[in-house]
Design a protein around this ligand. Structure first.
Ligand SMILES: Nc1ncnc2c1ncn2[C@@H]1O[C@H](COP(=O)(O)OP(=O)(O)OP(=O)(O)O)[C@@H](O)[C@H]1O
Length: 250
């Protein structure tokens, strides 16, 4: 579980996060949604320590990350996996070398264990016969699968995904969302996903945090989102004509 307590973050006199408190549970796909510029990326970066919060606390299973020194944080970072926007694979490394990279950097595994782990992770995301190919030689959907395989290589307890299905067609996007949800449950990870994709919200939104101008405006699940009276959330969710139509028919 990851818990935020009264997290605040400003840049000069611009307040970006205003007293955010929430719990993200293990084994669930937790989504952060909100309009462009609402503070999603700053929040995700604050959770993983790429931004220092001004005040408030971020707990990783009762361990106060905000109070830790550099070395203590380094240990927690080993428990984190990340899927960056666009996949962020190393172009000059093959698929299997990409997945092996965190093992070489951060694990004590021997050669056989590394080979086994790379195979396990690539099998898990259903990559077949592409181990020796380079990122430029595989499709966008496969690149995301490789990015997920790399993110789970060190068997993380916490998985962070920034717009994991950006740039994908709707069918592939849902497959990637579902894959993230499956591995979240299988490995009991606390997964936090930044997204503004309403399909993701409906498909895998087990816990949703909606932020509006840096403030927690709503939290709930995809089942609850259609019934909300929250005006800013309604404006966000029903911005598209398709979702307006669905709401009318409910
Ligand atoms: N390093 C920074 N220095 C100053 N201001 C920043 C910095 N990072 C973000 N901001 C500001 O914080 C606000 C929130 O930005 P953020 O990137 O978190 O939005 P977002 O919700 O992730 O948007 P998007 O969906 O477009 O990625 C914006 O006004 C942005 O300009």
């Amino acid at each position: 579980m990851i818990e935020l307590k009264e997290v605040n973050k400003s840049f000069s006199d611009l307040k970006v996060l205003d007293d955010i408190s929430i719990q993200f549970e293990a084994g669930k796909t937790n989504l952060i949604i909100g309009q462009s510029g609402s503070g999603k990326t700053v929040l995700l970066k604050s959770i993983i320590g790429l931004h220092e919060v001004d005040n408030g606390h971020v707990y990783y299973d009762d361990r106060d990350f905000t109070q830790m020194n550099f070395n203590e944080r380094k240990l927690i970072r080993k428990e984190m996996g990340m899927v960056f926007q666009g996949g962020a694979l190393f172009d000059s490394l093959s698929v299997e070398e990409n997945v092996r990279f965190p093992l070489d950097m951060f694990s004590e595994m021997n050669e056989d264990e590394k080979i086994g782990r790379v195979k396990f992770c690539l099998d898990r995301v259903d990559i077949k016969k592409a181990h020796k190919l380079y990122p430029a030689e595989i499709s966008g959907g496969m690149q995301k699968r490789v990015a997920i395989a790399r993110a789970i290589a060190l068997n993380p307890s916490y998985l962070f995904c920034d717009e994991p299905n950006s740039g994908l067609d709707p069918v592939t996007a849902i497959l990637i969302d579902k894959l993230i949800q499956e591995i979240t449950k299988e490995f009991n990870m606390t997964t936090i996903i930044n997204t503004h994709d309403m399909n993701s919200v409906m498909e895998i939104g087990e816990k949703i945090l909606f932020i509006n101008k840096g403030v927690k405006a709503w939290e709930g699940s995809s089942e609850e989102i259609f019934d909300t009276e929250n005006q800013s959330l309604n404006n966000f969710v029903f911005a598209s004509n398709l979702f307006k139509k669905i709401k009318k028919e409910l």
